[in-house]
Design a protein around this ligand. Structure first.
Ligand SMILES: [Zn+2]
Length: 458
């Protein structure tokens, strides 16, 4: 009997300990989740000189690390200091120095990962960060294939990256503590050209830097960007940005150093789980991701995504973006077609399409061309954008796309190769939609067919 009681007590104790252990784990996990980006970097930097200005690089090309994780050449840093001093002195915007474009051409970012450096789990985090950037923007992080300029995920002291493209293989350094998705997303953000949100030139309207809580020697980490380096592109300040540091960045007395003027965001800054809506919006703007889309007015803060659909914010920081619901507000109260809608299909996407078509909007409205294809009888517009001919590449190489005489033929047969397509339809030389039947009947097209036939025989 006694033995049975001891057994039960032991069992209960074991169960209790097990439950406590689980609770403790959950608690620790919750605490880890709540760390701000700068706190994680601070820990990762523990064994290195996170407060030092001059960090590394060869003597001919010394590199400075500022704001914990931004690498900048010493020359550039000095230039920036001069600009800021002058701006402060004169109160004028600096325009003289044209900062080189640090954008990646065609939004392609070749990358490599130093072998034998990351565990399987860490590689998963890197790949998830890459997937996030590639999914939400038109940036294309893809394995390096001989390109001179690329990013390299590697080990390093702390977490760090240059801002924008440098022109050779540039490091995204990830010490052990940095190998989590949101930190990697942040460092990749620098590599494509993002600065820290709290360094924005307009930040004083959104945060107050409590300098009394920051030691003087590290105050340089709170400098605002000079106006000539501003790349906000109309995107409002974003407390939820993955590029925003937390409330106690560089605090040595535990007090707040970055105070949000909107108090609702005091505990939100620095805790982004990944790209925010405005991060995505900014990257899309920086790299002109909707460059080939028709002009559209998206509702509210919405923007046109790379798929030419309006993107709107959600309330879920883990899934911050969605296709806008409904249509953009029309500027008129009459029954005119809306100026945008989030879909593309070869049928009517609005119940009023036939009515609008009857009113003659097919000829004048881009909306109608995209969303009322059935009523406007342009259902095959997308198909007309394909090459119909066999030798388009060769003809293009010989300049046939740009020779007026052959233009009709090339439009009918090699529209894609010649780049004559726009928004799923063909355009005539004057920009108006084109009818394929009339093209094929044209004399120049027939002549061209003969030329191609002769060329094939030869
Ligand atoms: Zn950073």
């Amino acid at each position: 009997m006694l033995e049975w009681i001891v057994k039960q007590v032991k069992r209960r104790l074991t169960m209790k300990s097990f439950a406590m252990l689980i609770a403790l784990c959950l608690l620790m996990k919750a605490e880890a989740m709540e760390k701000t980006i700068d706190e994680i970097m601070e820990e990762a930097n523990n064994d290195s000189m996170s407060y030092d200005l001059v960090m590394s690089g060869s003597s001919s090309n010394p590199t400075v690390r500022i704001e914990r994780d931004i690498l900048v050449s010493l020359d550039e840093y000095m230039d920036r200091q001069k600009d800021m001093m002058e701006e402060e002195k004169t109160g004028k915007r600096m325009k003289r120095k044209a900062t080189p474009s640090r954008r990646w051409p065609n939004a392609i970012v070749p990358y490599e990962i130093t072998p034998n450096t990351f565990s399987g789990a860490q590689l998963t985090q890197i790949n998830q960060a890459i997937t996030d950037w590639n999914r939400e923007t038109c940036l294309n992080f893809r394995p390096r294939n001989g390109e001179a300029a690329a990013v390299r995920f590697q080990n390093g002291q702390g977490c760090s990256s240059f801002v924008g493209r440098i022109g050779n293989v540039q490091p995204i350094s990830l010490a052990n503590g940095c190998r989590i998705k949101r930190i990697i997303v942040h460092e990749m953000g620098h590599a494509i050209g993002f600065n820290h949100e709290q360094s924005r030139n307009d930040r004083d309207r959104f945060v107050r830097i409590r300098t009394e809580n920051i030691p003087q020697p590290v105050l340089f980490n709170f400098q605002k960007l000079p106006t000539n380096q501003v790349t906000n592109l109309g995107v409002p300040y974003d407390y939820r940005s993955v590029m925003h540091y937390g409330a106690r960045d560089f605090s040595t007395n535990g007090q707040i150093t970055v105070q949000t003027l909107d108090t609702n965001f005091q505990n939100i800054i620095g805790r982004a789980p990944g790209l925010s809506f405005r991060d995505i919006r900014l990257a899309n703007a920086m790299y002109n991701c909707a460059g080939s889309c028709p002009a559209m007015n998206c509702p509210g803060e919405g923007f046109v995504g790379k798929d030419c659909q309006c993107k709107c914010p959600t309330n879920d920081p883990n899934n911050p973006i969605q296709n806008c619901v409904g249509t953009a507000a029309s500027t008129t109260t009459t029954a005119a077609p809306p100026t945008s809608a989030p879909t593309k299909d070869c049928s009517d996407m609005n119940m009023y399409c036939s009515y609008w078509a009857g009113q003659g909007y097919c000829e004048t409205s881009r909306y109608m061309m995209m969303y009322c294809k059935e009523s406007c009888r342009i259902c095959n517009a997308a198909k007309r954008c394909e090459d119909m001919g066999q030798s388009c590449g060769l003809l293009q190489q010989r300049g046939f796309c740009s020779v007026n005489f052959f233009r009709n033929y090339m439009q009918a047969n090699c529209a894609a190769t010649c780049g004559f397509c726009r928004a799923g339809e063909l355009l005539a030389a004057d920009g108006s939609p084109l009818n394929k039947a009339s093209i094929l009947e044209s004399a120049s097209a027939l002549l061209m067919l003969a030329v191609v036939a002769v060329w094939r025989i030869l």
